[in-house]
Design a protein around this ligand. Sequence first.
Ligand code: KG4
Ligand code: ZN
Length: 349
Amino acid sequence: MIQEKYILGIETSCDDTSVALVRKDAFVLAQKTITQDSRHKVFGGVVPEIASRAHAETLMLVIDDLLKDSEISMEMIEALAVTNRPGLLGSLIVGVVTAKTLSQVFQKPLLPVNHLEGHILAPFLWDEKREAPSLPLFPHLVLAVSGGHTSLYLVKELGDYIQLGTTRDDAAGEAFDKFAKMAGLGFPGGAKVDQFAKRGDKNRFPFTITKLSHYGFSFSGIKSAAERRLNEEIIQSHQDLCDLAASYQESIVESLLLQTEKAINDFNPKAFLVTGGVSANSRLRERAKVLAEKKSLPLLIPELRYCTDNASMIALAGWQRLRIDGPSDVLNVSVSSQYLEKDFKIWNS
Ligand code: KG4
Ligand code: ZN
């Protein structure tokens, strides 16, 4: 009998401690994610020092639970994949040191992963509750939107990424989080704005969208405009707040999809993918569907559990890296708060 092999993925780049077991065909056997929301809530944002300490307390315990609960022994682990860039340095170090130790003790290959490659591959993950999505034809267009990134990528083939454009100031998730903090909606911010917006009128407080040439994004203008509105007397009631949240959300989604549509028109991709924490946003999911239908393109968006940071996407990126680069020299694996030059090419008009 051929034994099924898994990559053990480890993700600790920000404030979620996540571990997962993923097969080469993107099937997720198990994933465990421990959020640190309750620890950061009181500060209204992620505190790096608290995040790294919490990862250190939790990570080995969660790995142990994952393996025990899924009855997987280390013999069934093909390799270890760990996010080593970009992210909070202290948090990344906890994941990388743990992965290096396991790799040495159990003599398993180690694959350092670019967090963003994980997000780009997340729409392909499947599990007992979701069927395997069919692979999109190449090239496909990826709108990657999270708390740290907002970019459009053209994927010519798996592993070959061209960044068409990115944000010149805040990431979309950051814009959601800052608004939630200013408006006192609670933490984590993006999900709260989504909830308030469901009860609001998106047309009540229109925002002017910054339109950049090519495929870039900018959210600082609408963030300042929202701050001014919040300081004005007009926002008095709960309904006013819901209306402002809905209008603000709509302008972010509109700006994301405007640039995406431009890229679809110019590059003629064969499929359209939306991924990253903000792809959990209900309005973005709804409008991405409408855009994909208008352009007659297949659309892939991850299940909610694979939108925000998770180790399944890191394990899947690990399979890609094993295929493309082979295992890394364990002692030379280090962490970086930034991307590396080899992570993607930059599109040059
Ligand atoms: O991918 P992710 O977990 O972390 C990064 O790689 O940055 O994304 C986190 C971001 C946060 O900014 C969070 O507010 C946002 O995703 N987010 C949402 C929603 N759920 C999470 N933004 C808008 N609507 C949501 N439902
Ligand atoms: Zn992320």
